[in-house]
Design a protein around this ligand. Structure first.
Ligand SMILES: [Zn+2]
Length: 320
């Protein structure tokens, strides 16, 4: 590794941790990124954010960039965003689908449609699978990241109670879908999201069976995740479509520190128990050298095979 690489300080004898960088900039700005420079800095793979509304216009640029990254020796994982918002890493990312297919949106516990498609609606599933197949076909990649899958939940209002969810639930449980988030409903939502993720993995593998799926559930230690439908790592790890799970973490508090390995160990163990690889994914606003070291130590404690850094801008600023 050359230059002032952030990742060149690893001198332990343990297996080398792979380093990933998230590119969540506008696809139109991909031309400003030099894959060969990233490779020189010790980056092994890229997670490329693919917002639905941008992919429509920038697919060719995205495909060209991915090919250039491959030539530089970087693996590429595509992270679709928008696309009905079942995957919702960033609430600010829009989805044209939501405006054109209002009849497939989740219905909340007050009976209103929310700005998210229902993963149990077959019309949405068909469109989503088709969109992912197209993306997999257009852009040469090594895999897909399914980022922050979740059902709608806000201030005690939850979804989904659409006709498909009602029918599926009562067929499985033998009684109507309750009005409150009972244990059975929470479990139904978990199984529904897991089937959605399985369908997503199958869709891209129908184009190329080597395409790996990485599930990045919403941040595990965040209480909001408990009602997202993606809170049970034993369920997600058992998903036969997934090759890896990503543990999404943000440094917190005045010291801008990462959580202890002990708090995260149950998640790492759930992944390991199903033979799934673990990525430690750090959503840091500032990539300080101490944080890089701390992240590496934590990743080793959890036996992660990769660390993913979300701050490309901060990483690039270190170039000088
Ligand atoms: Zn539904």
């Amino acid at each position: 590794m050359a230059g002032s690489g952030s990742f060149s300080a690893d001198r332990t004898s343990a297996p080398r941790l792979r380093n990933g960088i998230v590119l969540a900039e506008n696809l139109a700005r991909l031309d400003e990124i030099a894959p060969s420079w990233l490779r020189e800095q010790g980056v092994d793979f890229l997670v490329i954010g693919c917002p639905e509304d941008e992919v429509r216009w920038e697919a060719e640029r995205l495909a060209d960039f991915s090919r250039a990254a491959a030539r530089a020796g970087l693996r590429r994982y595509l992270a679709p965003a928008g696309y009905g918002k079942v995957l919702d890493p960033d609430p600010a990312i829009s989805s044209l689908y939501l405006h054109t297919h209002a009849h497939t949106l989740q219905v909340d516990s007050r009976g209103r449609r929310c700005a998210r498609a229902c993963p149990n609606d077959p019309r949405f599933l068909e469109w989503f699978a088709g969109s992912m197949r197209t993306l997999a076909w257009m852009v040469e990649a090594n895999g897909f990241v399914w980022d922050a899958p979740s059902f709608y939940h806000s201030r005690g209002v939850w979804a989904c109670r659409c006709s498909y969810c009602q029918r599926l639930f009562s067929a499985q449980a033998g009684f109507p879908l309750p009005q409150s988030l009972t244990t059975e409903v929470l479990d139904f939502r978990r199984q529904s999201l897991n089937l959605f993720l399985l369908a997503a993995a199958a869709a891209v593998q129908s184009v190329d069976r080597r395409l790996q799926s990485v599930i990045a559930p919403p941040a595990p230690l965040d209480p909001a995740t408990d009602v997202s439908g993606a809170d049970d790592w034993r369920v997600l790890a058992a998903n036969s479509g997934a090759a890896a799970l990503a543990l999404v973490m943000a440094p917190e508090g005045r010291g801008y520190r990462l959580p202890d390995a002990g708090a995260l160990q149950p998640y790492a163990s759930a992944a390991a128990a199903e033979g799934k690889l673990l990525w430690l994914w750090l959503t840091a606003e500032e990539l300080r050298p101490e944080l890089v070291d701390e992240g590496r130590i934590l990743a080793r404690q959890l036996q992660a095979e990769a660390v993913v850094w979300s701050d490309y801008e901060g990483f690039a600023r270190r170039k000088g």
